[in-house]
Design a protein around this ligand. Structure first.
Ligand code: UD1
Length: 424
């Protein structure tokens, strides 16, 4: 017999997880509010109520990397906080696994939902795959949101996390068509794979108007005074830079080479650079704080070798969304920003040798520049004058989370009442 409600554990751990998980929690709440009502010709039964338990692993713990995102995205406080914190790849993954196993055995959910490609994603998926509730009770289903993406670069910890998570998942929620093909090529295709769209884009679409209320452009001196009649374009042209991949920031020469690739752009436009904690640490270790103006005020524009770079602490979700929306150009090594700029129609230069999100390149918003200064300069020259084509990748329509919740309910029905079994 099915329980009175479906218990779902939702795992988040690091900054990019929060905007992927928030729309799913919103969709679950919307679904629960329909219990007892008839919608779209369907009666929503009480046993279809979903009880979600939000587990935060603590992979990211600073307010700037975590707490501020919970507030901006209206995420509820985590029900469980594992408090794991930083560590090497092995230590962090192992600590999350040890702590999550206790939660899993105590809560005995029917489904564990993991999102994205961070260490928390893989750690919790692995624990779930190998757990058993005893007495013949099967383990929970594992649902992976953002399945199927592949950079084919096994030196990236995220690629290992993606591949392994997909190979233990029962429900695979795919964001773009390349994901379907990749899963098929790896023999992971089947009834568990669902092309639902992109929950990170659900968040962009839900919050992009609200982001206009951010004061970030004024704070950074990027608003020009209005014209004589109080009219006219009041936002300066500027670019935004983010860098945090170990391959780009852990080696001094590699990092400086990338900054050299930005030198032409920096003479034409201010470049806002919200600096990830890992990158801040490296800048200190490399002795570049003064040269880069890391200790100066946020609105600095001092006469050092990198004039034009405006370094800030990591920004909150709405401030960063506002900054992206009005940017002339984004330069990044982030995966999510490649997608967000595609949604917003902002040209993006990706400082990596590859992308696991090829739809962003096919759409014409994103260009893969490599990590050498000359390639970066060439890509910037091309992208900075580009008007990206309008139009959105398939199913990037703000409804991905709703589709996911529908599949979760169907999967639970099938498991409880027959017609196939998703668990392997
Ligand atoms: C992680 C993810 C990466 C994601 C990125 C977004 C993995 C393998 N990597 O990388 O995919 O794009 O998050 O930010 O899961 N730190 C703080 N405060 C924090 C968190 C981290 O100071 O709240 C510092 C710590 O010194 C830590 C370093 O940043 O050692 C790196 O953090 P970690 O979570 O290990 O990986 P990220 O580089 O953030």
């Amino acid at each position: 017999m099915a329980a009175e409600h479906m218990k779902v554990i939702m795992v988040v751990g690091a900054r990019p997880n929060f905007m992927k998980a928030a729309p799913i929690i919103t969709a679950i709440n919307r679904h629960n509010n329909r219990i007892g009502t008839d919608y779209a010709g369907r009666y929503v039964r009480a046993e279809d109520r979903i009880r979600h338990i939000l587990v935060h692993t603590g992979q990211h713990y600073d307010d700037l990397m975590s707490g501020s995102f919970f507030r901006a995205l209206n995420l509820p406080e985590p029900d469980v906080h594992l408090g794991v914190g930083s560590g090497s790849q092995a230590v962090q993954t192992a600590e999350i696994m040890k702590a999550f196993e206790h939660v899993l055995l105590r809560e005995k959910p029917e489904i564990v939902v993991v999102v994205g490609d961070v260490n928390s994603t893989l750690a919790c998926a692995l624990v779930t795959a190998k757990t058993s509730f005893g007495g013949g009770a099967s383990r929970p289903l594992i649902a992976h949101v953002e399945a199927g993406l592949r950079s084919f670069d096994r030196s990236m910890p995220e690629e290992i996390n993606r591949v392994l998570t997909d190979h233990v998942a029962d429900l695979l929620f795919v964001t773009e068509e390349s994901g379907l093909q990749n899963l098929h090529n790896e023999g992971v295709a089947g009834e568990g794979v669902h092309f639902v769209g992109n929950t990170m884009i659900d968040s962009v679409l839900a919050f992009k108007d609200k982001a206009e209320a951010s004061s970030i452009l004024g704070d950074l001196g990027l608003r020009t005074p209005p014209g004589k009649r109080g009219k006219g374009h009041s936002i300066r042209d500027y670019a935004v830079l983010t860098l945090h991949r170990p391959a780009n920031v852990d080696d001094r020469d590699a990092f400086l080479n990338i900054l050299t690739g930005l030198s032409e752009l920096a003479t034409d436009y201010p470049i806002v650079f919200p600096v990830h904690p890992r990158t801040q640490q490296r800048i200190r270790e490399f002795g570049l704080e003064t040269q880069l103006g890391m200790n100066e005020s946020k609105t600095r524009s001092s006469g050092n070798g990198w004039q034009g770079l405006i370094l800030t602490d990591p920004l909150g979700y709405l401030d960063f969304l506002c900054l992206m929306k009005h940017a002339r150009l984004m330069v990044t090594d982030s995966g999510g920003i490649q997608e967000e700029t595609t949604c917003l129609g902002i040209p993006c230069v990706t400082v990596r040798e590859n992308t696991e999100r090829p739809v962003t390149v096919q759409r014409g918003t994103n260009m893969i520049a490599g990590t050498k200064s000359e390639g970066i300069k060439a890509a910037i020259r091309e992208q900075v004058v580009r008007t990206p084509p309008a139009g959105m990748p398939q199913k990037w329509d703000g409804q991905a989370a709703t589709r996911i919740v529908d599949v979760l309910i169907r999967a639970r029905h099938e498991r409880c009442f027959g017609s196939g079994h998703h668990g392997r």
